[in-house]
Write a protein that binds this ligand. Sequence first.
Ligand code: SAH
Length: 400
Amino acid sequence: MLTITLKPGKEKSLLRRHPWIFPAAIERIDGKPEEKSKPGATAVVQSASGQFLARAAHSPKSQIRARVWSFSENEPVDHAMIKRRLKKAIDYRRAAVRDTDAIRLVFGEADGFPGLVVDWYGGKDGHLVCQFQSAGVETWKVPIVQALIAETGCPNVYERSDASVREREGLPLVTGTLAGAEPQEETLVTENGVRYAVDIRTGHKTGFYVDQRDNRRLVMDHANGRDVLNCFCYTGGFSLAALKGGAKSVISIDSSGEALAVAQRNMALNGFDDAKAQWWDADVFKTLRSLREQGQSFDLIVLDPPKFASSPAHVERAARAYKDINLLGLQLLREGGLLFTYSCSGAISADLFQKIVAGAASDARVDARILRRLSAGADHPMTTNFPEGEYLKGLMLHKL
Ligand code: SAH
């Protein structure tokens, strides 16, 4: 049996039920050599005095050296645990998520599967898309896939384990079919009455930004009769929601031609009026500046940029970029207009983000009210012991 013994005092974070163990906390690892070097092997974690703390997946190459499966001495890590936890995760979504068939079924640590993401697109005839981002869940891939199929009734499972975090675990980047049929070029989903084509094989992340569902709904509810500007539009999520909500016009900007091609397809799928929508293949920073020079303005602006801070080391540079676009966004907004602004950088807290946006408003000499604080949907739950799980935050602002 593999045993990880912590240094004296280093049990505190585990006693607070935080699920990660870093190398600096570890005194020694005991076990057979082949066990010690095996990524994902289950280890018992104990304090310096020998007190049981947790069962965890050992990842010899990772900076997160072990991730906790369970804090309970009575809960073995086995097939039954996998099934039980998946059922719980899926039952919760069945109760908490509606008006969509694009759902995050498993959200890593928050569902008791550290490093696992599963999105479900298109119901039983659609696809389950998995990302195995840690050695622990990689080890249990086969039973996880079997239990997913059994629990959902969807036989088609595709793997998108091509996120760079895998490399930090010493795992290769892989994509491909794990069960059932190959995904088609597009898988259709319907979210709040809007149809979207999802490219499971080559789209961002697992193909679609499921996390923004509630925020797209909010934009839909406020778009009627408004001139909308959607920055970093990807495949047009917020743009289509705005059109569905009765927007007068929507300009959407993204620097990915492939994403914009899918956005065009989404327009056709919904039968929206092309005359109301413009799709610009351009850089948002430059375009916002030139719109400002031209004296353009909008009633509703969405800023949903990619992750500017990929780690705590990049926070300062990212903060400048967030401030820059929010300043421009606030300047381009008409009086009485609405700004929906987001950050998906885990390293930028909701507090810091609000400070950055406040700084942008004061530099722009704009009075803005915070109408709402925004986050990802209910299928991306946060747990009390793992604040790292919160990455998407946003603000709905009203320009006075
Ligand atoms: N709002 C989208 C998701 C946005 S993802 C949705 O709800 O689906 C971020 C997008 O920003 C990506 O599509 C990426 O191509 C685009 N992007 C990144 N940097 C950019 C830049 N400087 N200018 C324009 N688009 C950019």
